[in-house]
Design a protein around this ligand. Structure first.
Ligand SMILES: C[S@@+](CC[C@H](N)C(=O)[O-])C[C@H]1O[C@@H](n2cnc3c(N)ncnc32)[C@H](O)[C@@H]1O
Length: 509
């Protein structure tokens, strides 16, 4: 069965339940890995419509099938998908994470529900936290989704010598909680391989999630692992590779061995070795902060027409930029602002600081009164501010950074001296840094610098990357970019990772 993907409104509903079925070609590869140790039974903790059961039947018709599921509708789909009643009679209707069946499993295959933390209720969250503490010794950061706990529970039930293949979103390796999770996994298990997919081969092409397969065994850990990139759906050779992951360079499958330490430091969802071209980090030159969160853009962020009609004096309006698609190139200029004004896009931000309302001009006081009438002072963010219309101070930064958008993440030179809203990060030169704006721009816009963004960003299914402020400060600045900009690397050179190969970035990265 081909991946059946939801569209439109149905997708949001499915997100609640985490029901995205694994495509057959990925299920086949995962089952090969899990059964390569000779197990006589496959366990799927989240059976859904039965993609792994069908894959197991294709590969080994007599293999035992066992699993859990909490959705009757999903199991009905499994019955309709060609599985027989006897294939499903050992599927227990129970919550695998909070109420797992007893015993250990020799071959586990799963595509756990991708349910993000904000969809998990407080009671379940507390129990998941306890599970992490009891199993790995420390709690996971609160942003860990249910899929991370599926992995923890499944690994804890893996029999000695057992094999596990999990299809997970890249945040399992890149999220805030990942370091605690992987410290435990790398201590207790052998990470045989991580199989990543380029954009063309994405298992879930219509969902904005960068999925990858973890292949792990309960045997003594090893200092190396195999990192693979699949560049074509149902890549020839994938099935035999999955049986025994090893270094390989075939047309559509690239697999390299990488030191485990490096993989853990880089994030094993990412291309190996980005640290090698690192003469400095962005933080050596720049500080990064988020753009302005007004808490009510529709009130504070005005078009030229609105600014005129309210009569607010120009010195209380800052020029600002709101959406990444309002900046088409890698510079924002006065001409851009004029173009946006002509198109009726807002570019004027009401900037009153902490001035008391009665000290403000009458036109402003009238405008604020409308906001009060509309209940703005009680809105989540605004209720915490004194006065409610005071947002955090930001001077126009020399550079902006578009950290997530349909266009790839990029630095933008701020020639128009705008302040940005939250779609952007502000990049300021650090005090005391001996580099002018032109030299810094030469470094930030250098292709070798931009190539390093994937080393610090979180990856999404469309090939987009999202980079948080602290992660952007860790951006490796390559020697060539500094040299061409006439900048000497700072004296404190960060440690470099030496790898025995020069990995090719897979297509789409
Ligand atoms: C992403 S789907 C994957 C299903 C199938 N194994 C596949 O790969 O196509 C995850 C499934 O987990 C089920 N599920 C969600 N929470 C669960 C839980 N706590 N225990 C067991 N199953 C759960 C959902 O109903 C859904 O069918």
């Amino acid at each position: 069965m081909e991946a059946r993907l939801p569209s439109g409104e149905a997708r949001e509903l499915l997100r609640e339940k985490g029901q995205f079925w694994t495509p057959d070609w990925v299920a086949d590869a995962m089952v090969r890995f899990a059964l390569a140790g000779g197990a006589t039974e496959v366990f799927d903790p989240a059976v859904g419509a039965g993609a792994f059961f069908r894959a197991a039947r294709r590969h080994r018709p007599a293999v035992g099938l066992r699993g859990c599921e909490i959705s009757a509708a999903a199991l009905a789909e499994a019955r309709d998908s060609g599985l027989k009643p006897e294939d499903l009679h050992r599927v227990e209707f129970r919550d695998f994470v909070l109420d797992p069946p007893p015993g250990q499993f020799a071959a586990v295959v799963a595509n756990p529900p991708y349910i993000r933390h904000h969809r998990i209720g407080p009671l379940a969250k507390a129990r998941l936290r306890r599970l992490a503490v009891e199993t790995i010794g420390v709690p996971l950061d609160g942003r860990a989704g249910l899929h991370a706990y599926f992995l923890v529970r499944a690994l804890s039930r893996l029999a000695p010598g057992g094999r596990l293949a999990f299809l997970v979103p890249a945040d399992t390796c890149e999220g805030k909680y990942a370091s605690a999770l992987w410290a435990w996994i790398s201590r207790e298990f052998r990470i045989d391989a991580v199989l990543t997919f380029s954009v063309e081969a994405a298992p879930f092409p219509q969902i904005d999630t960068n999925a990858l397969v973890l292949m792990i065994r309960r045997v003594a850990p090893r200092g190396k692992m195999v990192w693979a990139a699949c560049r074509e759906r149902a890549s020839p050779g994938l099935l035999s590779w999955a049986t025994r992951p090893h270094p390989l360079e075939s047309g559509s499958l690239l697999a390299v061995e990488r030191p485990l330490d490096e993989a853990l430091a880089t994030g094993m969802s990412r291309v190996p070795n980005p640290g090698a071209d690192c003469a400095a980090r962005l933080a050596d030159y720049c500080a990064v902060v988020r753009g302005i969160a007004t808490g009510a853009n529709d009130f504070f962020f005005l078009t030229a027409k609105e600014a005129r009609s309210t009569g607010i004096p120009p010195d209380l309006l800052k020029r600002a930029i709101g959406r990444t698609r309002d900046v088409t190139g890698d510079r924002v200029t006065h001409a851009d602002l004029e173009r946006l004004d002509a198109a009726g896009r807002p570019t004027y931000l009401l900037a009153l600081g902490a001035s008391p309302a009665d000290a403000l001009p009458e036109a402003v006081a009238r405008y604020l009164a409308k906001g009060t009438e509309a209940g703005l002072p009680d809105r989540t963010l605004l209720a915490t501010r004194r006065p409610w219309y005071k947002w955090e101070a930001r001077t126009p930064p020399p550079f902006l950074f578009a950290y997530l958008g349909r266009r790839s993440a990029r630095f933008i030179r701020n020639d128009a001296r705008v302040v940005p809203l939250t779609a952007f990060l502000c990049v300021y030169a650090r005090q005391g840094v001996k580099a002018d704006v032109d030299a810094l721009w030469a470094v930030l816009s250098h292709p070798a610098t931009l190539a390093n963004l994937k080393a610090v960003g979180k990856s999404y299914g469309s090939g987009a990357i999202k980079v948080e402020p602290r992660a952007l400060e860790r951006l490796p600045l390559p020697e060539v970019a500094l040299r061409e900009a006439g900048l000497a690397p700072p004296p404190r050179v960060p440690s470099q990772v030496a790898l025995p190969f020069a990995p090719a970035a897979p297509a789409g990265y």
